[in-house]
Ligand binder design. Structure first.
Ligand code: PLP
Length: 390
């Protein structure tokens, strides 16, 4: 294995970082180890840093276009990593997955339409539905024997002609599931039967652990592809979230035209010169770095699970199959959500994401971001252990 850059602690304080510089605003104190919002405390791959530096050195940061090589970087990546034949013209560049989801909600549904989400799930899904005045239809995941599953019966019961769309999180944040092929097939069969459009958020699709495989939903046949809008980005994979460059992939020309119209109406169809350079470098030259990152994250996940079972078995973790987010079950501590929040902030002095922000199903849970040097992960776990034992 190559030398590990992931153990280096890089000081992120006073770098305009949400994770490190907004603790007072988010948690009411800055005396915390931040293990919340989903970016990593690792430098991007060297090829990305070089590409951004080269752009910076050029000194002119005028309006950008998207060169052909940029689209080729994305299509090449999708083919190599996910065996998905994406055509350049299917890709629309968007300033982030969340804005793109909100735009898709506006483009393809009307106020009052029902939209399905599967909580506990990434909080902005709630906002993208509610802020656009669409109706939230919750199809909660089932939690059985330490594993989350899709509740297909509940889903079928909740569908009627006023429900038009489903937002899928694959892999799923926060529960870390890479949905198996048979689940995705069953889900798409239901969506076809009830004529639902599917928004597939696949932003975590490159961060997959051993034994699992990410299946882009749109690869499950023509009938699925024509009703699927896929959202992806190099931002989680290579830690580029602050560069605001994501891809929305739509093979259906009518849907693509409608989505493009709205991008124009909202005037969000321009690019960021640094984002373009970084994205291209990451997809073209980041593969070796990513395999090292995945090995590191997987060891960190093992470390976390072992730490909990050996030293604080009251706290259970759902073993992540993907990404760097661990969904921790604190229910055995017998605290309500306000007490758990206070316990973590003031007693343990760690900043985790409050489970209830992912839906009422998150009561008694919190999400821990382990995309950090192992020594910081150990520090965070030690703080929680001491708080429990103290
Ligand atoms: C499922 C999911 N979608 C989207 C995002 C954010 O995407 P963006 O920063 O591109 O808006 C995140 C970040 O945590 C996420 O977990």
């Amino acid at each position: 294995m190559r030398a590990q850059p992931f153990d280096n602690i890089i000081d992120r304080r006073n770098t305009a970082s949400w994770k490190w510089d907004k603790l007072d605003k988010v948690f009411g104190t800055s005396d915390l180890l931040p293990m919340w919002i989903a970016d990593m405390d690792f430098a991007a791959p060297p090829a990305v840093v070089e590409a951004v530096k080269a752009k910076a050195d050029h000194g002119i940061y005028g309006y950008a276009t998207f060169p052909r090589s940029f689209y080729e970087a994305i299509t090449g990546w999708m083919k190599r990593r996910h065996n998905w034949d994406v055509k350049g013209e299917w890709i629309m560049v968007t300033p982030g997955v969340v804005p793109a989801i909100s735009i898709a909600v506006q483009a393809f549904t009307a106020p009052g339409d029902g939209i399905v989400i599967q909580p506990p799930v990434y909080p902005p899904f709630f906002r993208c539905v509610k802020a656009n005045r669409r109706r939230l239809v919750e199809n909660p995941l089932k939690f059985e024997e330490g594993q989350y599953r899709i509740d297909f019966d509940d889903l079928e019961r909740k569908l009627d002609p006023t429900v038009k769309m489903l937002i899928l999180c694959n892999p799923h944040n926060p529960v870390g599931r890479v949905w198996p092929k048979e689940d995705l097939i069953r889900l798409t069969e239901i969506c076809i039967k009830h004529n639902l459009l599917i928004l597939a958020d696949e932003i975590h699709g490159d961060l997959i652990f051993t034994g699992h495989r990410h299946i882009p939903l749109a690869t499950l046949g023509a009938e699925v592809a024509e009703r699927t809008v896929t959202f992806t980005a190099p931002s989680k994979t290579f830690n580029l979230a602050g560069l605001y460059t994501s891809a929305t992939i739509i093979s259906n020309p009518a849907l693509r035209q409608r989505f493009n119209e709205l991008l124009e109406v909202l005037s969000v169809n321009e690019g960021n010169v640094f984002g373009i350079a970084a994205c291209e470098a990451a997809y073209n030259h980041g593969e070796a770095w990513l395999s090292d990152l995945l090995a590191y994250l997987e060891e960190s996940a093992d470390f976390l699970i072992r730490y909990l079972s050996e030293r604080m078995p009251q706290v259970k973790a759902v073993r992540p199959e993907a990404t760097y987010l661990a969904w921790l079950d604190f229910r055995e501590l017998g605290l309500d959500s306000a007490e758990l929040r206070r316990f973590l902030i003031y007693k343990a002095k760690v900043g985790l994401n409050d489970g209830t922000t992912f839906g009422t199903q998150g009561e008694g849970f919190a999400r821990l971001n382990f995309g950090c040097p192992r020594s910081l992960l150990a520090e965070g776990l030690t703080r929680i252990e001491k708080a429990i034992k103290g």
